[in-house]
Design a protein around this ligand. Structure first.
Ligand code: HEC
Ligand code: HEC
Length: 387
């Protein structure tokens, strides 16, 4: 399968290259990170960049037609697919470093659905070398490509900047590679990824008035008596402007296997994603099947949902939560059949999934609330999705 750079990615890369390299001052670390993020040079066939799977035009998710109905991402080799849905990386800067909190007795933070990259920089080191993603052979090959473009030369120690033919030692390769991943992480920490300018943010600042439906959604979302969303999807007290709608802990909410994905990737029928147990720092089987509670910012435009992309609509996600509490909600509206059993049944956090059953109006209100969490520059994408 041919895997050309999408038009929007190529355009973004050219635009970014032209505007940044025409300036007189040396590039900042953040600007270098920006160039790297869009630059397809760091994939084996020069066909893929971070932005291929994390498109800034749609809240940094994979919208390519090649992405198996948006469920999983095609790699640079043009035929390999990963087994997990690419999450938004908007607001990923708010995710703390992976750690075990002895007071909470919980694992917290880390990047990827299983937290296996401790920090954004550790995370950025992965995709260029991942054979299912950008597919470069080793760090040296990547550093050689960095040398091709003078915009990146400040990432090299001075002696190599002065003499580009000088053979780079193994330890300097490590150093240059980590300078590169730090630059990408610096860009990911910029306001470009976390703009805090959704209608919800404007409401908190007194610049937007909620409709009655949105207001109902907000009180349901935060109410501990009625609905349980805030148990896992909030870190701060209600109405704190820093909220990214996750406490960064790990839970199993009983998401079913994605049969389409299993068939598409020709996985074994009984394939199970172990979630947190795939993190090399975690050995205890009690954590199998748990995934990091994802942010809900921009969620209205980042379908499909869950680690395996098994649900297409927000409404399905909410009806899925409700099926634990509402005998009338036993059919998955996307399949017209009963909900499939959990992918990993032994560790589902059933206690935290208990809540009052939801009426139609409450479901609509929760959807309206989730729409409020869309950054201003993506609001135009909501127009077709009004609940
Ligand atoms: C081929 C598609 C693809 C490419 C290319 C790619 N990613 Fe990803 N990215 C994914 C997928 C899929 C995941 C989730 C994987 C997992 O959880 O195991 C992910 C996860 C992430 C996360 C973690 C988000 C979170 O909430 O945990 C960050 C940050 C990220 N990618 C940044 C990058 C950067 C930076 C690059 C370029 C150096 C990049 N990605 C290249 C597909 C891709
Ligand atoms: C027990 C913790 C918990 C509770 C309670 C909870 N969630 Fe979640 N939520 C999660 C986890 C964990 C995931 C990801 C699960 C997976 O991929 O396997 C998730 C995923 C989601 C997603 C999909 C996000 C994406 O990017 O794929 C949405 C939307 C969502 N939750 C909304 C809600 C709403 C609305 C409520 C309240 C009705 C709620 N959640 C209650 C833990 C929770």
């Amino acid at each position: 399968m041919h895997n050309p750079l999408s038009f929007s990615t190529k355009f973004a890369w050219l635009f970014c290259m032209m505007s940044l390299t025409s300036q007189a001052e040396p590039l900042t670390q953040e600007q270098i990170g920006q160039l790297l993020f869009f630059d397809p040079t760091f994939s084996n066939n020069r066909g893929q960049s971070c932005s291929s799977c994390h498109d800034p035009a749609s809240a940094f998710v994979d919208t390519r037609k090649t992405s198996a109905n948006g469920q999983v991402s095609l790699g640079d080799d043009g035929h390999s697919f990963g087994n997990r849905n690419a999450p938004t990386i908007s607001y990923a800067a708010a995710i703390p470093e992976f750690h075990y909190d002895p007071l909470l007795k919980e694992y917290v933070g880390g990047l990827f659905w299983d937290g296996r990259a401790r920090t954004l920089a550790d995370q950025a080191a992965g995709p260029p070398l991942n054979p299912l993603e950008m597919g470069m052979s080793d760090k040296r090959a990547i550093v050689l490509r960095l040398k091709e473009n003078s915009s990146y030369h400040s990432l090299l120690p001075p002696k190599y900047q002065q003499n580009l033919h000088l053979e780079i030692s193994d330890s300097d390769i490590e150093q240059i590679y980590s300078n590169m991943t730090e630059a990408i992480a610096t860009f990911e920490r910029s306001a470009f990824f976390s703009s805090y300018d959704s209608k919800y943010d404007k409401f908190l600042r007194g610049e937007y008035e909620l409709t009655p439906l949105e207001d109902l959604g907000r009180s349901l979302f935060f109410s501990e008596k009625n609905v349980n969303c805030s148990t896992c999807h909030s870190l701060y007290p209600e109405d704190d402007s820093r909220e990214t709608f996750t406490n960064h802990q790990y839970r199993n909410i009983g998401v079913p296997s994605n049969r389409n994905l299993i068939a598409h990737n020709r996985l074994a029928k009984e394939y199970v994603d172990q979630g947190l147990l795939d993190n090399p720092e975690v050995k205890d089987k009690r954590y199998a099947g748990k995934f990091r509670n994802p942010t809900l910012r921009n969620v209205a435009i980042t379908a499909p949902y869950m680690h395996n992309g098994v649900f297409k609509d927000l409404r399905t996600v909410i009806e899925f939560y409700d099926h634990y509490n509402n005998p009338e909600r036993q059919i998955n509206p996307e399949t017209g059949q009963a909900w499939q059993p959990p992918e990993y049944a032994q560790t589902v956090d059933l206690n935290e999934l208990k809540a009052q059953p939801l009426t139609e109006r409450k479901i609509e209100a929760l959807i309206a609330f989730l729409h409020l969490l869309t950054d201003e520059r993506y609001e135009h994408l909501l127009s077709e999705k009004t609940p």
